[in-house]
Structures are given as structure tokens and as C-alpha cells.
Design a protein around this ligand. Sequence first.
Ligand code: HEC
Ligand code: HEC
Ligand code: HEC
Ligand code: HEC
Ligand code: HEC
Ligand code: HEC
Ligand code: HEC
Length: 362
Amino acid sequence: MRIRPPISAGAIVAGVLTFMLTFLSVPPALGHVGNALLPEGCGSCHVGHGMKNQPMLDMAEEDFCYQCHGGEDTRTRMKSEGRLTAGIELADIEREFQKTFHHPVKEGSGHSPGERLPSLKTATVGHAECVDCHNPHQRIEAGRPQTYAVTGYSLSGQYLESSIYEYQICLKCHSEYLGADRSVKSLSADFDQSVRSQHPVTRGARGVRLPSLAAGSGRSLTMTCSDCHTSDDREGPRGPHGSDHRFLLSGNYTRDIVTDESPYTYEFCYSCHDRSSILSNESFPLHREHIVGDPISGRSGTSCHTCHASHGSRDNPHLLDFNPKGVERDSRTGLLRYEERGEHGGACYLRCHDHDHGPAEY
Ligand code: HEC
Ligand code: HEC
Ligand code: HEC
Ligand code: HEC
Ligand code: HEC
Ligand code: HEC
Ligand code: HEC
């Protein structure tokens, strides 16, 4: 979101800022701060009188960050002004936000300096700025940050001054504790500790053998939200900024009940779960029949989404959670249920593709 152009009353703001910069204790060696790539230190970002309502910043909100994290043009200017080390390459984050699906940094109602995030009034509707997720003063470390100097919420709804896990930042907006339950984007239930199965974001991986993840394919003890919600550009910058795929996913995921299987249809899932393992029925003996369909009987294939939840399943193992758009109660028993029967064994009570499973066992 863009803010009005600078107004000259910036002098007062600048005075206050100078006072703050001079006398308030800003922890040493923080973040962008002290980074050899920023020759002017604080002054690489805080310059002159700045804009109205901005702490000595010459641009507002995302436009300020894009000076270094946007296109090559602005970065060239920053380099020629001696505010950024010449020769350094930084990813173009602005381009990510121009993709079809993106966090509304530009469209949103905006962030005001000095607001205490999360703000009950603004967090739920159309508000997501760079500084809601990033602290420009945070230490930059190689690899993933160990903690995030950004406010968040714990799963149990406790306000956190500084988030330990990435998901806590997300929950400050995508959580029912802030009233977001009025939208479909309330997520703390999906990731509650008590769910029967989940992609391991809020608790560790189960550590059991999963055939489709065999060859160390990105498997780690825990996942972050942004392992899945991130740029669709493999070489692009990490983070849930933008993607050309719906739900801001790293790849295409078709969720229709009737779908033709291809590497692209479930590109997203196949980026971690080996396609040939899934289609050769290494875990569920009827995977192929359901996903690809049956050319002889003329039955079409169906999406992973018909059987699997993406985040967590409250009652079932294996992330099983049937899509009500295509799966109903079995007409004889009246049941809609999955029962586990030992390793790689189970029974389904349901009705799908006009066919009662009451139960169908494997
Ligand atoms: C990468 C750019 C960047 C660098 C480097 C930087 N700052 Fe900031 N600073 C910002 C931004 C952006 C804000 C506004 C944050 C907001 O709106 O929440 C800010 C805000 C501030 C504020 C207002 C209070 C606050 O914390 O929000 C102070 C004081 C401040 N900076 C001091 C410093 C000092 C001192 C240094 C050097 C040690 C420094 N900054 C280096 C970007 C930077
Ligand atoms: C004056 C230039 C400049 C400005 C303005 C600036 N940054 Fe940066 N930023 C950098 C540099 C340089 C790095 C370090 C890159 C590296 O070490 O490879 C960096 C790194 C980062 C990283 C960490 C990347 C990683 O690999 O972990 C994040 C996140 C980030 N910036 C966010 C922001 C945000 C948000 C803003 C606006 C509030 C902002 N930056 C403004 C220059 C800038
Ligand atoms: C400051 C608030 C805020 C924070 C923090 C936040 N989001 Fe969002 N998020 C939004 C808003 C606003 C939208 C746009 C909603 C809309 O367009 O309906 C959104 C949209 C999304 C979408 C797309 C949803 C869809 O229906 O397509 C995903 C995925 C998402 N966010 C993931 C995340 C993740 C992951 C994090 C943490 C790294 C996060 N968000 C942190 C506010 C936030
Ligand atoms: C970024 C990598 C990644 C992506 C993308 C991904 N998964 Fe997973 N998936 C994992 C990991 C890691 C586990 C292991 C969880 C564990 O061991 O607890 C897993 C486990 C599973 C399980 C087994 C859960 C259990 O408790 O037995 C199912 C089912 C599953 N994923 C389905 C999917 C589907 C469907 C998609 C696409 C919508 C998908 N996954 C996308 C990484 C991923
Ligand atoms: C294994 C991959 C994966 C992980 C990890 C993951 N998501 Fe998602 N998320 C998806 C998929 C796939 C969808 C699309 C909707 C669906 O299939 O349920 C989605 C949907 C969403 C939506 C839109 C919800 C809706 O129904 O409109 C939001 C918001 C979101 N995720 C946020 C998050 C947050 C926050 C986290 C971390 C706490 C997270 N996701 C972790 C894969 C993932
Ligand atoms: C909804 C939360 C959210 C918003 C809004 C957001 N980011 Fe990020 N950003 C993230 C997450 C999460 C990561 C990935 C961190 C990781 O991989 O550990 C990230 C990563 C980055 C990186 C490092 C990318 C890399 O691969 O090195 C930069 C730079 C960055 N963000 C800048 C920005 C800028 C600039 C803005 C605003 C224009 C912005 N971000 C807005 C959540 C966000
Ligand atoms: C007809 C329902 C159905 C469909 C459609 C389906 N699955 Fe499954 N899937 C299952 C069942 C049932 C299991 C549990 C098998 C067991 O008992 O171990 C399972 C297990 C899994 C597992 C965990 C074991 C492993 O292979 O690593 C993954 C991952 C998985 N499915 C991914 C997918 C993906 C990806 C798709 C879409 C391309 C998909 N499934 C489509 C029913 C389905």
C-alpha cells in the first residue's frame, strides 16, 4: 500500500528520531544493522528528514524495502548513493508480489509505524506488510533464522513479543483468536496438537517409514508453513510472498473430484512425495486406481484432495479427510469413516463415484 508523498513537517519527526537513534538503546550488532553490505549502517536506511510519519525513511512501507529488494533499477540507485555495496545481488521480492496470488502488501489497509502488532482491528482484514513478518533490525544469519524478532501468537492463543517458530507469525492473522474464524482461513484448529495426523509444522514428524519420501526428499523433523506456501519459482526467493498458483503454493495443485493425472496436476505434492512411488502403490494399494482412474471401466481419476487434508486431519491417520463435495455416507450402513487395520491396511465406509464402500478394505 502506498502512502502520500512526503510533506515538509518531517522535521519534527526527524528530530524525534535523531533523539531516539542517539539516546535510546538499540541492541548492538543487530540485523541489517552492522551488515558489511550496508556501507552506511543505519544511514543506509534512515536518511535525511524522511517522510511524514516515517522514522527517517525516504519511502513508505514496501516501497522502502524494494529500494534494495526490488528491481535492478532502484538497487542501482542505492549502490550509486553508496547505501548498498556495489556488486551485491539481491533477489527481486517485488516481482513476487506481482504474481496472481500474493499477500496484499500493496492493496492492504496498511501498517502504521508505532502500531503494536498484531492489531485486532487491522490484522484480520487485508493487512500484511513486510514489517508484519520481518523485523528490519533483526540479525541476519546464514540459513534460517533461529528466532524471529516479530510478534506472533502461540497455538493456544498467547501473544508473543517475539516468535520462536515461523507459524506463530502466521497465526497472528490466520487464527481464530483474532476473530478470523469469520473467514475460512482459521488455521489453529488444523494445526492443533491434538489432531490425529498433520504435516509436521507444530509438532515433530512421526518418524515412521513413508515410502514416497524414501530418498531423503526434503524430509526433516519439522516443516514450516513456507515450505509449502512459497514462490513457485524454484530458484526464486523463499517465503510466502507470491506465486502464480492458487493458495500461494510452490506448485500446481488441482483439487477437482474428476481430474486427469499428470506430473503437473499434482506438481505440488510430487515436489516432496515421489510420483512413481505413489502411482506404484507402495503404501496404499489402490492409489493408482483412484488417482489415474481405470481406462477399462472408463472411470476417471480423482485428486489427492478427495481423500487427503493438506494441513491436518482431526480424526484420521495418514491425513485422511474425505472431500464432502465428492464423498458421502455409505447408503447401506450410513457411515462415513476410515478405520485403520495394521500397517498399510484399512477400511473405508463411504459412497463415492456412485459406488458404496461399506466397507471397502485393503
Ligand atoms: C534495512 C533498513 C534499516 C536499517 C539498516 C536500520 N533501520 Fe531502523 N528502521 C527501519 C524501518 C523499516 C523502520 C520502521 C519499522 C516499522 O515501521 O515498524 C525502522 C525504525 C526505526 C526506529 C523507530 C522505532 C522502531 O524500532 O520501530 C528506530 C529508533 C530505528 N529504526 C533505529 C535504527 C538504528 C539506530 C539503526 C542502526 C543501528 C537502524 N535503525 C538501522 C529500517 C532500518
Ligand atoms: C539499503 C538496502 C536494504 C534495504 C532498504 C532493506 N534491505 Fe533487507 N537486506 C539488505 C541486505 C544487503 C541483506 C543481506 C543479504 C545477504 O546477506 O545476502 C538483506 C537481507 C534481508 C533479509 C534476510 C534474507 C535472508 O537470506 O535471510 C530479509 C528478510 C530482508 N532483508 C527484509 C527486508 C525488509 C522487510 C526491508 C524493508 C523494511 C528491507 N529488507 C530493507 C539490504 C536492504
Ligand atoms: C499481518 C497479517 C498476516 C500475516 C502475519 C500472515 N498473513 Fe497470510 N494473509 C493475510 C491476508 C490479509 C491475506 C489475503 C486474504 C485474502 O485475500 O482473502 C493472506 C493470504 C494468505 C494465503 C492465501 C490464502 C488463499 O486463500 O489463497 C496464504 C497461503 C497465507 N496467507 C499464508 C501465510 C503464511 C504461511 C504466513 C506466515 C509466514 C502468513 N500468511 C502470515 C494476512 C497475513
Ligand atoms: C514440502 C514437502 C511436502 C509437500 C509439498 C507435501 N508433503 Fe506430504 N509430507 C511431507 C513430510 C515431511 C511428511 C512426513 C510427516 C511425518 O513423518 O510425520 C509428509 C507426510 C504426508 C502424508 C502421511 C501422513 C501420515 O501421518 O501418515 C500424507 C498422506 C501426505 N504427506 C500427503 C501429501 C499431499 C496430498 C500433498 C499435496 C497436497 C503433500 N503431502 C505435499 C512433506 C510434504
Ligand atoms: C504440506 C504443505 C502445507 C503446509 C506445511 C501448510 N500448508 Fe497451508 N495449504 C496447503 C494447501 C495444499 C492448501 C490448499 C487448500 C487445501 O488443500 O486445504 C493450503 C491452504 C492454506 C490457506 C488458505 C485456506 C483456505 O481454505 O482458504 C492458508 C491461509 C494457509 N494454507 C496457511 C498456512 C499456514 C499459516 C501454515 C502453517 C501453520 C500452512 N498453511 C502450512 C499446504 C500447506
Ligand atoms: C506474510 C509474511 C511475509 C510478508 C508479508 C513478507 N515476507 Fe518476506 N519472508 C517471509 C518468510 C516466512 C520468509 C522465509 C524465511 C525462511 O525461509 O526461513 C521470507 C523471506 C524473505 C527474504 C529472503 C528470501 C531469500 O530467499 O533469501 C527477503 C529478502 C524478504 N522475505 C523480504 C520481504 C519484503 C521486502 C517484503 C515486503 C515487500 C516481505 N518480505 C514480506 C514472510 C513474509
Ligand atoms: C482414494 C483415496 C486416496 C487418494 C485419491 C489419494 N490417497 Fe494417498 N493415501 C490414501 C490412503 C488410504 C493412505 C494410507 C495407506 C496406508 O494405510 O498406509 C494413503 C497414504 C498416502 C501417503 C503416505 C504413505 C506414502 O506413500 O508415503 C502419501 C504421501 C499419500 N497418500 C499421498 C497421496 C497423493 C500425493 C495423492 C494424489 C496424487 C494421493 N495420496 C491420493 C488414500 C488416497
